[in-house]
Design a protein around this ligand. Structure first.
Ligand code: HEM
Length: 485
């Protein structure tokens, strides 16, 4: 008989819990591994121990010892997200929630609580809501977006280029996705330092998170009202106009979903990709050989450090089996791109370069697969490309082992990426990128306007696009090749 989740199998004797300080600390009821608290600082290590002990699906405990399965296998993760007859994203069927085991103030409640949005819906309702979102996304012109990302990058780099040093997470990676998303949604004027700080704070779950969250949602509510009255050519207007007939609440909630999903994930992707191209010997070696493209670096980062380590969650709609474990109807499962992407059955050699292979789990799969992945990739590809082209001599300003991350079950976030470079002049952001963008894939539409600098600064003197200084090093050889990509 296959094993079932030990905590759902019978009553728990608290006297069996290990005392603090004991090597078994980090274990909870039934000797199960906790994915939180002492002993769970290094989740990657923990996932490997769980894989060794239980195979591709392991029983674990979330905060307050709520039972969960974590899906560690690549194939098992894919099977789960693709089999909506057995696994749903609708948390209302989850046994611990139904039995009142999870209190309203549970720290994971924002991820768990059911909401009327496409990521929690299934079947026809999912088709209706997601159809409106994906349809509004298809109206976005790839070439205009890439051009806008390029220009927004120049605006951001203008803010620190003369200093000769920068902190690329706080000054770049946390800004670019917000600038792009505010533009795409149709509220470019809302993009400023305050909006970035509010989104960052809301996602951190700090004491001011609620107020920050309300600040962002306030802007989205105003946008919904404005566009309902006066449609324009943007994502929000297309979402409102879709035949699915979304109510104002549904529109606002989907704008919130899109903004936060896009923001958190793309900040992580940008930070990780930048760190990789600045530090990883695999890439530096390949760059020397002139074989590595930025999109390949981004894809490698999606394998090695998926922006969402896990997604909470999927829930069994019937008794079933997954990865040799017996899953009971109502059990919860963590979709887990981080351990799934390093499953030894698909990646026996983790040092091997994946060469643009896109079969990682970073964007999920099945009916809920991320509909914004092209935009996320474009922000990372163009943003990293444009920044490295502009700061051609950029280098990490600390030892690699001094870099720090904050880790939660949901994601791993690089805290800071300090760099230095020779000071550079400001660049006129009205100039077009020097390399060709991707060809348009649909009828040409008017270009997006130029991004506005967010800090009041003296108007920079327009300068011609500055060619990077001649540097007889790997960067120079790499850049020469790179501009042709
Ligand atoms: C690099 C960045 C991104 C990553 C790694 C990422 C990853 C994901 C993942 C893992 C899911 C859940 C899949 C599942 O439930 O099985 C998801 C869902 C979603 N993402 Fe993304 N995402 C990114 C960027 C974006 C962007 C830029 C947008 C919008 C422009 C977006 C919009 C959404 C939406 C609306 C959903 C819910 C889809 C549904 O449930 O049907 N994402 N994303």
């Amino acid at each position: 008989m296959t094993p079932e989740h030990p905590t759902t199998a019978g009553p728990h004797d608290l006297a069996l819990d290990p005392p603090p300080g004991c090597p078994a600390h980090g274990r909870g009821p039934g000797g199960l591994t906790r994915l939180y608290g002492p002993g769970a600082e290094d989740l990657s290590e923990l996932y490997e121990q769980l894989r060794e002990q239980h195979g591709p699906v392991a029983p674990v405990l979330l905060h307050e010892d709520v039972p969960m399965w974590v899906v560690l296998g690549h194939a098992e993760n894919l099977h789960m997200v693709r089999t909506s007859s057995q696994f749903t994203r609708d948390s209302r069927v989850w046994t611990p929630l139904r039995e009142g085991m999870i209190k309203p103030d549970h720290p994971l409640m924002p991820h768990i609580a059911w909401q009327p949005i496409c990521s929690h819906a299934e079947g026809d309702e999912h088709k209706r809501l997601r159809g409106a979102v994906t349809s509004a996304m298809t109206t976005i012109d790839d070439r205009s977006v890439r051009r806008y990302i390029y220009r927004a990058t120049q605006v951001l780099v203008n803010r620190f280029c003369e200093a000769g040093r920068a902190e690329l997470v706080g000054q770049f990676a946390e800004h670019l996705p917000m600038a792009v998303m505010c533009q795409l949604l149709g509220m470019p004027d809302e993009y400023n330092d305050r909006m970035v700080a509010a989104a960052r704070d809301a996602l951190k779950g700090s004491e001011t998170a609620l107020a920050s969250h309300e600040y962002v949602v306030g802007a989205l509510s105003r946008l919904t009202t404005r566009r309902r009255a006066e449609p324009a050519d943007d994502f929000t207007s297309h979402l409102i106009a879709h035949p699915a007939g979304l109510t104002d609440d549904e529109v606002r909630e989907h704008l919130r979903l899109v903004l936060f999903a896009a923001y958190e994930a793309t900040v992580n992707l940008l930070s990780n990709a930048l760190r990789m191209v600045l530090t990883d010997p695999r890439f530096l070696a390949r760059l020397n050989g002139g074989e590595m493209t930025v999109p390949e670096a981004v894809e490698q980062s999606l394998w090695d450090e998926p922006p969402f380590s896990t997604i909470l969650g999927y829930f069994a709609t019937q008794d079933t089996e997954l990865g040799g474990q017996r899953i009971r109807k109502g059990d919860g499962l963590l979709f887990a791109p981080a351990p799934g992407n390093v499953d030894p059955r698909v990646r026996p050699d983790l040092a091997a370069h994946m060469r643009g292979n896109r079969s990682h789990l970073a964007f999920g799969g099945g009916p809920h697969e991320c509909p914004g992945q092209d935009i996320g990739r474009a922000i990372a590809d163009v943003g990293v490309d444009a920044l490295l082209t502009r700061l051609s001599d950029v280098q990490l300003a600390c030892d690699e082992d001094e870099l720090r991350w904050t880790t939660s079950i949901a994601s791993r976030h690089l805290v800071a990426l300090p760099v230095h470079f020779e000071p550079k002049p400001q660049q006129d952001v009205t100039l077009r990128p020097s390399h060709a963008s991707v060809p348009p894939q649909r009828a040409p539409r008017p270009s997006l306007p130029d991004p506005q600098p967010t800090a009041p600064a003296p108007a920079p003197e327009p300068v011609a696009i500055v060619q990077p200084p001649r540097r007889p090093n790997a960067w120079r050889r790499f850049l020469a090749w790179w501009r042709g990509y």
